[in-house]
Design a protein. Structure first.
Length: 105
């Protein structure tokens, strides 16, 4: 996945690989990938603050929205804890109204 990320986005900006400690303690170490994208990607900056009503009302559209949102804002953490293997879905976003809309639906 990292190779694919680097290959796709290196054509549009400089890809940085940054090592860091995970703040939640689920895993001790992680890599972050960051790209300063070209201005042609400015259309991605504007995003709604709420889930559009037509998406909330349609279960199929809501599931598509949720899958895309988790794909963009989510991270699957796999860690071992004693004798257990943990899978944690983490959504690292500051979109309070969108997150509330997900929880309510």
């Amino acid at each position: 996945m990292l190779e694919l990320f680097d290959k796709v986005f290196s054509a549009y900006g400089h890809v940085l690989a940054i090592p860091s400690r995970h703040r939640e303690g689920v895993v001790e170490f992680q890599w972050r990938r960051i790209v300063a994208l070209d201005k042609s990607f400015s259309f991605l900056i504007t995003k709604p603050h709420r889930i559009p009503e037509n998406i909330i009302k349609d279960e199929y559209l809501f599931m598509l929205f949720l899958a895309a949102y988790v794909d963009c804002e989510g991270c699957l953490v796999i860690a071992r804890d004693d004798q257990k293997l943990k899978f944690v879905l983490e959504i690292d976003a500051e979109d309070a109204q969108i997150l509330k809309g997900i929880i309510v639906n």
